[in-house]
Ligand binder design. Structure first.
Ligand code: ADP
Ligand code: MG
Length: 347
C-alpha cells in the first residue's frame, strides 16, 4: 500500500517564496496541522503578529475540526448522546455552509460520508476494501438530510450519521488566515495549506504570484506541473485522487468518495483546481467545490461552472490526458507543454 498524504497539490514556485524586493523581506512560518504541511509567508504591516496569530488559529482549528481527536467539537457532536450537541457558532456556521454546498452540488459534496471513509480506512490510515453489504448498510446514514440545525448553536445527527469536515476545513482555515492578514495590514502574502493556496498583494516586485498546479500523473515530483497560474489576490484549491490512495489487487482506491455509490469517485478526472479572486469566505467555497467537481466529472462540473451558481474558475485534468481551463483563466494560466496534456480553454 502507498500513501501520499501530505503532498502539496499546488505549490508556489520557489522564486516567489523567497522574494526579497524593494519592500521588506518576506517572513515565513511553517505549521503542521490538519494532517498536512502548511507554509505561510508575509511582508508589510504587522507581519510578525499576523504570522503568530495565524499559527495559533491553525492549531486551534485543527483541535476543533478534527474528526480523529476525541476532544474536538466535531468529535463531541459525532459521539453525542441522542446525536445532539451545542457546537458553538463557528462550527454551526461551517456545518450550515457545508449543507448548502451539498444542496447546490446535487449531493456531490457531502460531510456525512464519515463512516464510509472510515470503512475504507482513510480516516485511520488502515486501508481496506469494504464488502458491498457493509457499504450499503453505512450508506443508509449518508446524506445532508440526516443533519439538523437546531436553535442557536445546536446541531443534531440522526442515529448512525457522523460528519467529517476534511473536504472543507483547510479552505475555511485559509479564510481565517486571510482575515488575520487583512486585519494586520499585511501587504504581500502566500499561504499554502496542503493544496489550499491563498495569495494577496502580488509579489514584492509588483508582479502576480505564480502558483504551480501539480501534475496528478507525477505526484512524487515536487516541480512537475500541468501549468502555472498567475494571480495577485485570491484562492486556488486542488483536489485529486493522487493525494491519498492505496492499491489492492492491482486496483487503486483514493480518498474522494462518490456519495451516490460509497466508492471512490471514478469520474474520469484526476485533478480539479478551483480558483476564485473573491474575498470573504471564498477559500471555504473553493475547497468544497474542488471536492464536489472532482466527484461530478467533466460534463457535470463544466455545466455547474456555466450555471453561475458560484463565482469561480476551474482547471480540470482528465484521465485521458486533457487539460481543461475555464475561459476566465485564459490570460492568467500557462500550460506546461512538457507535461504532455492536450490543452483546451472551455467556455
Ligand atoms: P484533501 O483534504 O486531500 O486536500 P479534499 O478537500 O478533496 O482533499 O477532501 C477530501 C476529504 O474529504 C477526504 O479525505 C474525506 O475525509 C472527505 N470526503 C471524501 N469524499 C467526500 C465528498 N464527496 N464530499 C465531502 N467530503 C468528502
Ligand atoms: Mg475540498
Amino acid at each position: 500500500m502507498r500513501r501520499f498524504g501530505a503532498l502539496l497539490a499546488a505549490l508556489l514556485l520557489a522564486g516567489g517564496l523567497t522574494a526579497c524586493g524593494g519592500e521588506a523581506e518576506m517572513q515565513s512560518a511553517q505549521v503542521f496541522a490538519m494532517d498536512t504541511v502548511m507554509i505561510l509567508t508575509a511582508s508589510g504591516g504587522e507581519t510578525e503578529a499576523a504570522l503568530k496569530a495565524a499559527e495559533d488559529e491553525l492549531y486551534r482549528l485543527d483541535r476543533e475540526l478534527s474528526r480523529t481527536r476525541e476532544s474536538s467539537a466535531v468529535s463531541r457532536l459525532n459521539s453525542a448522546p441522542e446525536g445532539a450537541a451545542e457546537v458553538g457558532e463557528e462550527l454551526r456556521d461551517l456545518i450550515a455552509r457545508a449543507l448548502d454546498f451539498s444542496d447546490a452540488t446535487g449531493g456531490a459534496f457531502d460531510i456525512t460520508l464519515a463512516p464510509v471513509s472510515s470503512a475504507w480506512g482513510f480516516t485511520e490510515d488502515a486501508y481496506r476494501v469494504p464488502a458491498r453489504e457493509e457499504l450499503e448498510e453505512l450508506m443508509a446514514h449518508v446524506g445532508a438530510e440526516h443533519v439538523h440545525l437546531g436553535d442557536g448553536t445546536a446541531v443534531s445527527l440522526d442515529p448512525g450519521t457522523q460528519i467529517d469536515l476534511g473536504a472543507i476545513a483547510k479552505g475555511y482555515a485559509s479564510d481565517v488566515v486571510a482575515a488575520i492578514c487583512r486585519e494586520n495590514g499585511v501587504a504581500h502574502s502566500t499561504v499554502s495549506l496542503g493544496g489550499n493556496v491563498w495569495v494577496c498583494g502580488g509579489n514584492p516586485e509588483g508582479k502576480p504570484w505564480q502558483i504551480g498546479i501539480q501534475d496528478p500523473a507525477r505526484p512524487e515530483e515536487a516541480d512537475a506541473y500541468v501549468g502555472i497560474l498567475r494571480m495577485s489576490d485570491g484562492f486556488a484549491v486542488t483536489s485529486g485522487g493522487y493525494q491519498r490512495y492505496f492499491e489492492e489487487d492491482g486496483k487503486l482506491y483514493h480518498h474522494i468518495i462518490d456519495p451516490a455509490t460509497g466508492y471512490p469517485a471514478e469520474s474520469g478526472l484526476t485533478s480539479v483546481t478551483v480558483v476564485s479572486e473573491g474575498t470573504e469566505g471564498s477559500g471555504t467555497m473553493c475547497d468544497a467545490l474542488s471536492t464536489a467537481l472532482f466527484v461530478m466529472g467533466e460534463e457535470r462540473a463544466l455545466d455547474f461552472w456555466r450555471s453561475g451558481t458560484f463565482d469561480f474558475e476551474a482547471i480540470l485534468v482528465t484521465e485521458d490526458g486533457r487539460l481543461l481551463v475555464t475561459a476566465g483563466l485564459e490570460d492568467s494560466f500557462t500550460p506546461d507543454e512538457t507535461a504532455g496534456y492536450a490543452y483546451e480553454v472551455v467556455s
